[in-house]
Design a protein around this ligand. Structure first.
Ligand SMILES: C[S@@+](CC[C@H](N)C(=O)[O-])C[C@H]1O[C@@H](n2cnc3c(N)ncnc32)[C@H](O)[C@@H]1O
Length: 271
């Protein structure tokens, strides 16, 4: 049985996700804000740096409706498959758009918990407000969340080593270096449920990510790998720990023909 087709064929009621899509679209008009913090340079030295976040950047960093609906479907499928509370982990919260799709997909009766990691306190604060408003608005009383604030290297290992329940679904969408991507992938495998699923974002955004994804594909094998395309380009990679039911890598387009052409034009002219 092709798991991915089953996942794709689920319906996403627009009433479940319209709130999230409105939040996503409204990011365009959100005021710019400046964040100052410590980052490491190439030599591992800590330097002070300021970054200005604009609404457009937040939109670009966040999951769009097609990507979000698939996150919803993955959470819904896993939730119903497990038949009880599910545990979802996310690396890279930003303003909580993907997190809200993951919360929305959880079975309303059995619920679950989303643990999401973010390094920038201003973003964590916005996502907290978004999660609270969303859960309240949709009356999702059994879906819980926890935002872990801090750099992945200071928060993730500490959290994972203390877990006493398996993770069912993981979304890796933060530090897109080859080293961190592989490290997070291998760490997740230690705590993943036997039927668990890992989603990696931006698998062809840089040479580092292409290398990391190639290594993951080789290590896991084609029968566990699916690739989601946006604008005809590999965008998100999915690893099904117990296989997806087919021998070959599964590839799916998240957008339709016209959206693909538009995306290509946007990319070409850097709009
Ligand atoms: C692409 S955005 C996440 C978008 C979000 N998952 C969505 O789809 O709506 C990546 C986020 O990861 C955070 N991040 C990146 N590297 C990090 C690190 N090493 N530690 C903590 N947070 C990090 C960034 O601050 C940013 O908010």
């Amino acid at each position: 049985m092709n798991k991915l087709l089953k996942i794709f064929n689920q319906k996403v009621p627009s009433s479940d996700v319209s709130f999230i899509n409105k939040k996503y679209k409204s990011l365009r008009y959100s005021p710019s804000f400046k964040v100052t913090g410590n980052v490491e340079d190439d030599k591992g030295l800590t330097i002070r740096r300021s970054v200005v976040f604009t609404g457009r950047q937040l939109i670009r960093a966040s999951s769009n409706l097609s990507q979000g609906k698939l996150l919803y479907k993955l959470a819904a499928f896993t939730s119903n498959d497990i038949g009880s509370k599910i545990n979802i982990i996310e690396f890279g919260t930003c303003v909580g758009i993907s997190g809200m799709y993951l919360l929305a997909g959880m079975n309303k009766e059995t619920g679950g918990k989303l643990t999401t990691f973010e390094g920038i306190s201003e973003l964590a604060e916005i996502s907290k407000n978004n999660f609270d408003e969303f859960l309240q608005n949709k009356k999702l009383f059994k879906s819980k969340y926890d935002i872990k604030l801090g750099r992945f290297k200071d928060t993730v290992v500490n959290h994972i080593t203390k877990l006493n329940e398996p993770i069912h679904l993981a979304f890796v969408d933060g530090d897109h270096s080859e080293k961190t991507t592989l490290k997070l992938h291998n760490l997740l495998k230690k705590v993943l449920h036997t039927d668990g699923i890992i989603i990696h974002d931006d698998i062809s955004d840089s040479e580092e990510m292409e290398r990391a994804w190639e290594k993951i594909k080789m290590e896991e094998g084609a029968n566990k790998i699916a690739v989601l395309k946006l604008g005809g380009m590999p965008s998100r990679g999915i690893v099904f720990m117990s296989g997806h039911g087919q021998k070959e890598v599964q590839t799916y387009d998240l957008d339709n023909f016209f959206e693909r052409i538009l995306r290509r034009l946007f990319r070409k002219f850097k709009i």
